[in-house]
Design a protein around this ligand. Structure first.
Ligand code: PHE
Length: 351
């Protein structure tokens, strides 16, 4: 092996040892750079005779070409390796399972609200909505509960501003009953012409579900809770209609006919007579236990008057029930606070 062949072998080994393009360029400089071994050989040609220049020159040029082509080969190999490494690093594993998108769901109490609206809707009840910051007048006074009425102290109230004696103050509504007055007044306004002409007014049949507030907090009471008001006023609406509506509603809501309903005498300033409504299941874990689910009664004549109607002609009933309680019964939940803690481990079970 002559010196030139050795030079080619050395270059080949050097190039092969270069692991990166930068190392390869360094190796190239050692042979083909300004002070590289091949360049030095070419520089040394000046000292040779004319004949020697011819043969030696051709050999050196050949050597240079061989080294250059080895360099190109190695450059391509390194570029290819780099590409492969990059492809490997960025590879997609198409067999991996896809990412799940969380599906939202309705809050259990919202589900109950929707059920209540659907069932009462099927019985011809409209759905009304009203303010949670309520006027003293609608929350108490118009409901036959004047400022000095002792029944006001049954509601531990969140007052928003100082209570004026004329009932113009504001508070977080303690029940949905103010919606009785708000809705009935609107209804009477809409039918004012017929009423003035002594004609019959279409019946008021409405429910008003929504949030209510009292200063109260334990396993079965939350300072914010839900109620659903009901009101049915006509010329001949009686307690037997109330009982039929409740029987229909609760049997539908709990999807069972094995359910008893009991009216227990009670007191509310805005109904007379008044009754608490209890239900009892004939089977299941709560079998035979009376559970309080609503307050109700025949609307007091003073309240009917505040609707703008003649209590001698218009009569009917109202009720207020607790959708939170109904949700607990339906799903077997024993702590009301779970509904309002916002813990997804609990809530996602109802999706
Ligand atoms: N508003 C009453 C309460 O919150 C319930 C009720 C509504 C009673 C309508 C009678 C008629 O306790």
């Amino acid at each position: 092996m002559n010196d030139l062949d050795q030079l080619v072998s050395a270059a080949q080994a050097d190039f092969a040892a270069a692991a990166t393009p930068a190392e390869l360029e360094n190796a190239k400089a050692r042979y083909l750079g300004k002070a590289g071994q091949v360049t030095e050989l070419l520089k040394g040609m000046g000292a040779l005779s004319h004949e020697e220049k011819k043969t030696r020159g051709a050999e050196i040029n050949q050597t240079k070409q061989r080294i250059e082509s080895l360099l190109t080969e190695r450059r391509q190999a390194l570029a290819e390796a780099e590409l492969q490494a990059q492809l490997k690093a960025e590879s997609l594993d198409v067999s991996l399972p896809g990412r799940q998108h969380g599906m939202g769901g309705l809050h259990p109490v919202s589900r109950t609200m929707e059920r209540i609206e659907a069932i009462f809707g099927s019985m011809g009840f409209e759905v009304a909505d009203g303010p949670e910051i309520e006027e003293d007048w609608f929350n108490f006074t118009a409901l036959n509960t004047p400022a000095d009425h002792p029944a006001r102290s049954m509601h531990d109230t969140f007052y928003v501003d100082t209570q004026a004696p004329d009932g113009s103050g504001h508070l977080l509504r303690t029940h949905t009953s103010p919606m009785q007055v708000r809705h009935a007044v609107q209804h009477v306004k809409r039918h004012a012409a017929a009423l003035a002409a002594g004609q019959a007014m279409p019946e008021i049949r409405v429910i008003a579900p929504g949030r209510t507030y009292r200063v109260d907090s334990d396993a079965t009471h939350s300072p914010m809770f839900h109620q659903c008001e009901g009101l049915w006023i006509g010329e001949n609406v009686s307690f037997k209609d109330l009982k039929a509506v409740f029987a229909d509603f609760f049997r539908n809501f709990f999807e069972t006919d094995d359910l008893e309903i009991r009216f227990r005498p009670s007191f509310f300033p805005f109904t007379e007579p008044s009754a608490e409504v209890d239900i009892a299941f004939a089977s299941g874990p709560l079998k035979g236990r009376w559970l309080e689910v609503a307050g109700s009664g025949q609307v007091h004549p003073n309240v009917v008057r505040n609707f703008g109607l003649d209590p001698e002609r218009y009569i009917g009933f109202a009720f207020g029930m607790g959708p939170d309680r109904l949700t607990m019964l339906r799903y077997g939940v024993n702590d009301l606070r779970l509904f309002f803690d916002g813990d997804l481990r609990f809530l996602s079970q109802f999706r």
